[in-house]
Ligand binder design. Structure first.
Ligand code: UD1
Ligand code: UDP
Length: 381
């Protein structure tokens, strides 16, 4: 079986590691994987660091698309991916998540009848002002194999008319849908031990175990809206100055570029002067899971970081108005605080008092999601 795996944005490179690992260790003779990078993310600390660190095969092609408007960026990717698929004629194009790279792959492959595998299918925010919501709906509806990380994702697909009982072989008109757990959980289990051995981030930042907070912010709904971004960073400042514990913020380049302009000169200066707020460049995955597993609490608008907080049994304050990962909230381990300072501070107080009472039952599979996926692809060929 020959598959082309399309990566582009940071979380897709990380997710791809789980499947590449299974292919290398379990199916080296049965599966040939060709990695194609769209170039959506290109800074070394948003891309190459993960390829080097996580054992993903070096991309055979990088389309080097770079940043731009949604239409421009997606169109360039479609053209590039189509050419590769026509040349390689793979059995499947494997897509992750909900970025513009995902959408481009889905459009390119489905039009030339290359079956699409969508990993992380079925997730919905029910908010179409989010570019990712458009991308994931479109990708799901042209896919042949859809793997949902949660039961909620599976139920969303049923609600949209996907049938649970299609006979194989599955096709784009008669797709197969499977709830099989989350490749990110596979990765967290696998890389945790390696991070413990290799990561020196706590030492580098002079952080004490369980005595700091971790925060990430990158959604356009926050970075591009001054009032929202201000509310978030005012909260971080208040938490750092009143609680006395550092808030570590690995800054996505989008946020780094907009921070000063959108939170205003005064707040920006206060944050720069406050040594308990640590604005740092994006970190490697091993460093990130070290920070996630050793912090006291997580503040994030990231999908992946929300879940990893749960994997490492940390409460998550979700800096969005809704979440696709609603199990975390239902379990009481996350609060949707939006970009509202009162909500953020209330959630912070709640979790500061209650963090030891939280329970984190397994919701994301058994750590073998990638194995299941590759087996299904092989069966359906
Ligand atoms: C993208 C995804 C989002 C995902 C996120 C993961 C879309 C629509 N959005 O958002 O779903 O959660 O990746 O991180 O696909 N930039 C750099 N260097 C880089 C990459 C980006 O400087 O290596 C800057 C550029 O100014 C760029 C901006 O970040 O314009 C946004 O990048 P882009 O890939 O368009 O979207 P993200 O916000 O990263
Ligand atoms: N991540 C990382 N370094 C960072 C920030 C995030 O390795 O500095 C990892 C994080 O552990 C998770 C993934 O990137 O696995 C999440 O990506 P991101 O937040 O960019 O996107 P999202 O998940 O929201 O699409």
């Amino acid at each position: 079986m020959k598959i082309v795996t399309l990566i582009g944005a940071r979380p897709q490179i990380i997710k791809a590691a789980a499947l590449s690992r299974v292919i290398k260790n379990r199916f080296p003779d049965e599966v040939e994987e060709i990695i194609v990078h769209t170039g959506q993310h290109y800074d070394a600390n948003m891309s190459q660091v993960f390829i080097d660190e996580l054992g993903i095969p070096e991309p055979r092609v990088n389309l080097n698309i770079g940043s731009g408007t949604h239409g421009w960026q997606t169109a360039g990717m479609i053209t590039g991916v189509e050419k590769i698929l026509l040349d390689e004629k793979p059995d499947y194009l494997v897509l992750y998540g909900d970025t513009n790279s995902t959408l481009a792959g889905a459009v390119a492959a489905s039009k030339i009848h290359v079956p699409v595998v969508h990993i992380e299918a079925g997730l919905r925010s029910f908010n179409k002002s989010m570019p990712e919501e458009i991308n994931r709906i479109m990708a799901d509806h042209v896919s042949t194999l859809l793997f949902t990380p949660t039961e909620t994702g599976y139920q969303n697909l049923l609600r949209e008319g996907f049938r649970p009982d299609n006979p194989s072989p599955f096709t784009a008109d008669r797709p197969g849908i499977f709830h099989c757990g989350d490749v990110m959980y596979d990765n967290s289990l696998y890389f945790k031990e390696i991070a413990l051995k290799k990561s020196t981030i706590l030492k580098q930042l002079n952080l004490e175990d369980q005595a700091f907070y971790l925060a990430t912010v990158h959604r356009d709904s926050n970075t591009d809206h001054p009032r929202r971004l201000q509310a978030i960073f005012e909260s971080f400042l208040q938490i750092a100055t009143t609680g006395g514990k550092p808030v570590v913020v690995p800054l996505h380049p989008r946020t780094a570029k907009l921070l000063e302009k959108n939170i205003g000169e005064k707040l920006y200066q206060q944050i720069q002067k406050e040594d308990k707020i640590r604005l740092i460049p994006p970190v490697s995955f091993l460093d990130m899971i070290m920070l996630e597993s050793r912090c006291e609490m997580v503040f994030t608008d990231s999908g992946g970081v929300q879940k990893e907080a749960y994997f490492f049994e940390k409460p998550a304050i979700i800096l969005r108005s809704e979440t696709e990962w609603k199990e975390i909230v239902e379990q009481g381990c996350g609060v949707v605080a939006d970009a509202d300072k009162d909500n953020i501070m209330a959630a912070f107080d709640l979790f500061s008092k209650k963090k030891d009472e939280l329970v984190f039952p397994p919701l994301y599979g058994d750590g073998k999601a990638a194995e299941f996926m590759v087996s299904k692809m092989l069966q359906n060929r």
